[in-house]
Design a protein around this ligand. Sequence first.
Ligand SMILES: Cc1cc2nc3c(=O)[nH]c(=O)nc-3n(C[C@H](O)[C@H](O)[C@H](O)COP(=O)(O)OP(=O)(O)OC[C@H]3O[C@@H](n4cnc5c(N)ncnc54)[C@H](O)[C@@H]3O)c2cc1C
Length: 444
Amino acid sequence: MTRPTIVWLRRDLRLADNPALAAAVARGGPVMPLYIRDETADGDWRPGAAARWWLASSLDVLEADLSARGGRLVRRQGESLAVFREVLALTGADAVFWNRRYTPAGIARDTAVKAALRHAGIGAQSFKACVLVEPMQVTGHVPSFSRFFERWRGLREPVPPLAAPERLATPALESERLALLPPDAPFWTPKLDASWSIGEAAARARLADFVETGVRHYAKGRHLPAAGHVSGLSPHLAMGEISPAAVLRAVPERLGFAFIRQLAWRDYATFLLFREPLLPERELLPGRRAIAWRDDPAALGSWQRGETGYELVDAGMRQLWATGWMHNRVRMVTASFLTKHLLIDWRYGQRWFWETLVDADLANNAMGWQWSASVGTDAPDFVRIFDPVAQALKFDADGAYRHRWLGDAPRPAPIVEHKAARARALAAYGAADGAVDGAADGAG
Ligand SMILES: Cc1cc2nc3c(=O)[nH]c(=O)nc-3n(C[C@H](O)[C@H](O)[C@H](O)COP(=O)(O)OP(=O)(O)OC[C@H]3O[C@@H](n4cnc5c(N)ncnc54)[C@H](O)[C@@H]3O)c2cc1C
């Protein structure tokens, strides 16, 4: 008789289009879906509060979906390999399958686990599931997104759908209670409930709705934060409640080219982090590592609370706090404002987004911040500094977005004056570039 197979679930909390799960079911024996909360697994980037809030519900939904098929979800806490040793001994499983992740800490952990399991005679196998093109498929020099996109289009292959298993037999094993939510959760995250339906079925419904109504307006409408023409799929994709392959299959290329390009940006971020594990820590552009950021906790607090006096910035920061999500255009404007108008280190903004975004993704977030601060790849020339007032007039002309998040309350006075802030940023960026040029001249 086939011995049990463990499916190690991470950011792939779904039953359909899940290659590791499908391969485990295909072996014919019992299958044990296992989620391990491993505090040591993510280095400095343990999931933030909003992501943990999402994760807690997502695991509950997955458990219900598994129960409906006769299976169950086993939850455990502890260092991954120690958990495996215990669970393998208890179940007699002889194989562990998982879908690959690509963060530096994730790769290190998975490589170590795979080696240890194989050494112990356990069949450890990993699968591609979380991206459309894996970072290691793209070789050679890739200087920009447009080059990546060309390569990506050539490498992308149609992935046939994998149905969710109809029945599952899971070995009886106790779950542990996972303390996922931070202690301050009662004061903040519960209000996120109003904005989201969590889980695989909800992700599919959102995709169906977007294909039905949003995608045809996406190319133009995606820049307008009030319009609702974006998919809102990011937290579902971040937690793996839906696969990018399923999203791609549902969107016809003739209708959804601009949208599919954004899926390529997602893979590009994963690729950048794979190539440069320090992406969340260090500027990709060496010339920008010497920027003299300002230490200004009061201004950082005003930005976080949405009290800068710039309406579009404040509306975005309040949308983030209220819903755990912010429209992409406004993410760019708020990030640019923090780094250029306030001249505050992008790493503070990145950390705030990490804690508060339900779609927090190490690669996307780091790339977005490096791009917005003009310190990374494909970044706009730093001389191009978004004017938050002009951006509001252009992308929220009737003020609907700003009104939605700011209401009729009196607006605070601007904490910086646009022209002066712009001049200060240009000087600081220019000085950093000059310092590097000077050093290069000196070396020559
Ligand atoms: C400063 C900053 C920080 C960001 N942090 C994150 C983050 O932590 N997690 C995250 O998922 N996205 C992040 N983004 C990218 C982008 O803002 C979101 O993916 C997008 O707003 C999600 O909304 P949506 O699902 O409606 O996107 P849609 O426009 O419907 O796009 C579909 C999917 O494509 C992917 N995508 C779209 N735009 C981008 C992009 N610019 N970069 C990478 N992937 C993209 C997302 O997975 C998204 O769900 C960040 C952008 C910036 C400027």
